[in-house]
Design a protein around this ligand. Sequence first.
Ligand code: SAM
Length: 273
Amino acid sequence: MSITLPALTPVEASLFLTLCCRALDNRSQHPVLGDEIADEIVRALEYDHERLHTNTDLVLNVALRAKKIDEVAARFIARHPDAVGLDLGAGLDTRSARIAPPSTVDWYDVDLPQVVAARERVVPHRARAHTIGADVTDPDWLAALPTDRPAVVTADGLVGFLAEDDVKALVDRLVDHFPSGELVFNGYTRFTIWVARHARGTRSVADQVRFPGMDDPREPERWNPALELVEEMLISRQAEIAQFPRALRTYYRLQAHSTWWSRKGTLILHYRF
Ligand SMILES: C[S@@+](CC[C@H](N)C(=O)[O-])C[C@H]1O[C@@H](n2cnc3c(N)ncnc32)[C@H](O)[C@@H]1O
């Protein structure tokens, strides 16, 4: 049965790009992520992904970055069964279903109120998974969360839509709120921000991009001294590149020889605090 959602603003509607990429990855012969729920949601919404002009490279990058972020969150939860998990700018993503945390973990999907209302209509409910309808740049939304448990905070596709000062203030609030934790998000260099503004595959979100880009993964350590870089993951160096079609595999294997060049592609930044 088709579900019709209320019209979303352009920033909110950016969720369809990543959702459709994960659905298309699931429909491919050798999925990288294999997110069946994303596929089911796209089918239930009868969303026409053709209008987004995605391509295989973008689909694989979105699927692989989601997988890497999932892995960081899953490892943290395995070490901290009392953790809270947060997915900031969650859209219609079902990270907690993919990670399947134990019942001792509370998971919070945070997005703008209209998106959270849409989530509640289309995303299957899970025990101990909560939603928060808020602008993450608003200083008050964190007040609803526990202050005495370690937190793993994920943000997949969010940072590009925030001004740099808003990202810094958000990091400060997260670090102040939780006793300890980890933060993992897909990073943007100045070049990848330029690409997001100009490439055909991201045309649907180009006008919404506000982050200027960050070329040094250690820069957040200077924003807040409690943050420590754990790892910069360059997509070109991930084992899953072996599953990519031959032309892309060859390209990324060449790229993997150069950190400078690899930073022109997808990267995941992982910090502890
Ligand atoms: C590209 S989508 C990514 C969605 C999801 N993480 C995924 O991977 O499918 C970006 C998301 O960030 C949300 N977003 C943008 N600015 C936000 C803000 N200031 N506060 C909360 N959510 C925001 C949008 O509503 C959208 O759902």
